[in-house]
Ligand binder design. Structure first.
Ligand SMILES: NC(=O)c1ccc[n+]([C@@H]2O[C@H](COP(=O)([O-])OP(=O)(O)OC[C@H]3O[C@@H](n4cnc5c(N)ncnc54)[C@H](OP(=O)(O)O)[C@@H]3O)[C@@H](O)[C@H]2O)c1
Length: 273
């Protein structure tokens, strides 16, 4: 790439939260961003931003949207798999379709986009694949086990792919946010409530903890700045945890040092279960 040529980035979920702030920051720093939403009217209208309609529950939509963006861009310097949504509720009342959709949006869709982006990156022997997972990949959230499992799958996949591509100059990075103040929880799909009064109490306690954390969480700009760093440094770190001090610094240390029983006891206390 000529020094003056702008970096061309493909970013999913650019209409809101982390993706929206990332699109804004990257374009402010001279990148050209092809950003997706299911509804292009929700996407920002800023110089250097190219709207892409894409529904991650449909492989046809993924392939069509990416092919058109690639035709326009010629090649992408980075693919950022950011889009995602959540599903909350007891597994017994969560419809199988809701669980399946979590894996489609959070695992199958990013993998398909990587498949589509890789040939060009291999041809040029450069590029960055950045997968946004979650701290939930390491600390599964109660009543969001399918979401946590899907993020964990993407995390593991990211590590596997990094080793697989270690003979190339393509960087594969996992960005693992803790709680970040976005509309994510408001949009989280809710399964039918639990049957017993005690289970309903536990469900409410877990949800209230998440809402409380969200209110006190850092803004999405913090993640956007981390993304900017990843795509501009020559040798990005394999995994980045971004969030408040406790979640980003203390909890990963706890996961390494504490026995599982103690860790799960702490999690139960944390969620008041
Ligand atoms: N916020 C947090 O605390 C937090 C913590 C850890 C990880 N994360 C992860 O960070 C990523 C961004 O989340 P956020 O907090 O910024 O949430 P958000 O504000 O709700 O934004 C989600 C984005 O994903 C897109 N999206 C959702 N479902 C989609 C689908 N089926 N097809 C296409 N696009 C879809 C949305 O686009 P449209 O609705 O316009 O289509 C939107 O742009 C997600 O992967 C999330 O799991 C968030």
């Amino acid at each position: 790439m000529a020094a003056s040529e702008p970096r061309k980035i493909f970013l999913t979920g650019a209409s809101s939260g982390i993706g929206l702030e990332t699109a804004r920051l990257l374009t402010q720093h001279g990148c050209e961003v092809w950003g997706t939403s299911r509804d292009i009217l929700r996407l920002p209208q800023v110089p250097g931003f190219h709207p892409v309609r894409m529904d991650l529950t449909s492989f046809d939509s993924i392939r069509e949207g990416f092919a058109e963006a690639l035709r326009e861009a010629g090649a992408f310097e980075a693919l950022i798999n950011n889009a995602g949504d959540g599903a909350f509720g007891p597994l017994e009342t969560m419809p199988a379709e809701m669980v399946r959709e979590q894996f489609q949006v959070l695992v199958d869709a990013p993998l398909e986009l990587i498949r589509l982006a890789l040939p060009k990156m291999r041809e040029r022997d450069r590029g960055v694949i950045l997968n946004v997972t979650s701290l939930a990949a390491q600390f599964p959230i109660p009543f969001m086990a399918p979401y946590s499992a899907a993020k964990s799958a993407l995390s593991s996949f990211t590590q596997g792919l990094r080793v697989e591509l270690s003979n190339t100059s393509i960087h594969v990075v996992e960005l693992r946010p803790g709680d970040i103040q976005t509309l994510f929880h408001e949009r989280t799909k809710q399964a039918t409530a639990a049957a017993s009064t005690e289970d309903q109490r536990r469900l409410k306690a877990a949800w209230d903890t998440q809402v409380r954390n969200m209110v006190a969480a850092p803004p999405p700009e913090r993640v956007a700045r981390a993304v900017l760093r990843v795509i501009t440094v020559s040798n990005p770190p394999p995994v980045l945890v971004v969030g408040g001090f406790f979640q980003a610094r203390v909890t990963p240390l706890g996961a390494r040092l504490l026995p599982l029983r103690l860790l799960e006891w702490a999690l139960r206390r944390y969620y008041r279960l």
